[in-house]
Write a protein that binds this ligand. Structure first.
Ligand code: PLP
Length: 422
């Protein structure tokens, strides 16, 4: 459920009409709903009720500092994969003891920054990384709390580009080699083993792969405890999918996911950390865009929008679908056609995005909203085609604020510099 609902024939974000935001900020623009973000966070809290737990928002899904502040103030921790994300979490006021540092390629500089600023734990992805962290922590005279990311070799049955839990993926240490890796971690100075980490992929719409993975983690926890390691925490990653289309089957609910966790790892008595990104942010955001032209083609009609692939890359990159809805509900007698929706450059070669059919009865100048665009939307936007970065707006009840302004053309161009010899 989200808080983008129709009222008086128009789509609103909470208590603000989207048309008001478009008039004030221009389009394209991302609009986020605070109530939806907080509701999704609380669903996970409720799902893990009665178990010691921390919900760490996966910052890579939506990294705006205002959003991190909102979630952090509601008690969320943060899962970060780079120093930039770590610094964003800190800038949002999230204490280090609630920040988990994940990611396959942590550099020594990044390790140093997190150890100095405070961190809950590092999720280690390889033996060389483990040795590097040992050296960095030792040189600083501190001890780094660590979990090792194990690869459970389960098929997450999601898009190949976002599946991470099969043995051929680059992520983590094969679960069969985990005991050896933990033995080394325990022997290295500057490291303290606190738990196990796993993350099998993103946009999973079936709970079976989670269950299979967490059973393996539970079994491993038992073996590692028998080997003498203090396994106090299980970091179970993110990955729960969301409905991208209203007509589709509803994916599993956080409460069902919580039941799987309770059933598989509950008896271990560990603190459970989860790292949802998409489920918290996805349906909490829309990309608001305006129809620039309506073009009649051979056998198909196009709506040409002011949002383009650089603003929302998911359809081109992941073959992703976003429902596109007119902000003003059509009136009887309005044009009634099915359009292919394209941005100025949604796809090279002019192929209409398969994601985008289904906007009925639009007119030039009308506003449309790409739904479910809150996660992996603004964070993956770029200036491709020299279109300034898309701005972001946060709504809370009847207020809204620009939380990242649209850069001017001058600001965009001023980032380049011409060498003295030219
Ligand atoms: C991407 C990622 C997440 C978040 O995944 P979602 O599918 O957005 O919930 C969590 N943890 C790790 C390690 C990740 O790489």
């Amino acid at each position: 459920m989200d808080h983008f609902l129709s009222r008086d024939g128009e789509l609103w974000a909470e208590d603000v009409p989207l048309s008001e935001i478009a008039a004030a900020v221009g389009t394209p623009v991302y609009v986020y709903s605070s109530a939806t973000l907080l509701r999704h966070l609380s669903l996970f809290d409720e799902a893990l009720h009665g178990m010691p737990h921390l919900v760490c928002f996966a910052v890579k899904a939506l990294s705006n500092v205002a959003v991190l502040r909102l979630l952090g103030e509601a008690g969320a921790g943060m899962d970060v994969v780079s120093e930039g994300e770590y610094r964003r979490a800190v800038a949002a006021g999230v204490p280090g003891e609630r920040i988990v540092f994940s990611g396959v390629g942590k550099t020594r500089a990044e390790m140093r920054a997190a150890l100095t600023g405070g961190v809950r734990q590092f999720n280690l992805e390889s033996e060389p990384e483990m040795r590097a962290l040992s050296e960095v922590a030792s040189s600083l005279g501190v001890t780094a709390p660590v979990a090792i990311r194990v690869n459970p070799d389960v098929d997450a049955r999601t898009h190949a580009k976002i599946a991470t839990g099969k043995s051929e993926n680059k992520f983590g240490i094969p679960i069969a080699k985990a005991r050896e890796a933990y033995r080394e971690a325990a022997s290295l100075p500057g490291l303290r083993v606190v738990g196990i980490d796993v993350h099998i992929g993103s946009q999973l719409t079936d709970l079976a792969p989670f269950e299979a993975a967490y059973r393996k983690v539970a079994e491993l926890a038992g073996a590692l405890r028998a080997d003498g390691h203090a396994i106090e925490r299980l970091d179970l990653g993110g990955g729960l999918g969301i409905p991208y289309t209203r007509s589709n089957e509803v994916p599993p609910l956080p409460s069902d996911y919580g039941e799987i966790i309770r059933r598989t790892v509950g008896p271990l008595g560990c603190e459970v950390v989860i790292e949802p990104g998409r489920l918290i942010a996805g349906n909490a955001g829309v990309l608001l865009s305006r129809v620039v032209y309506m073009k009649e083609g051979e056998g198909r009609d196009f709506l040409i929008l002011d949002a383009a692939m650089n603003d929302l890359v998911r359809p081109a990159m992941y073959d992703a679908h976003h429902d596109i809805v007119p902000v003003r509900e059509p009136e009887p007698g309005d044009l009634d056609r099915l359009y292919d929706v394209v941005g100025p450059r949604l796809r090279d070669g002019g192929t209409p995005s398969p994601a985008a059919a289904g906007c009925r009865r639009c007119a030039r100048g009308d506003l449309v909203a790409f739904r479910s665009a809150g996660a992996y939307g603004a964070v993956m936007s770029s200036e491709y085609n020299s279109r300034p970065l898309v701005p972001e707006v946060l709504v809370q009840k009847d207020q809204f604020a620009v939380i990242r302004p649209r850069p001017s053309y001058e600001e965009m161009i001023a980032k380049d510099s011409i060498p003295a010899w030219l």
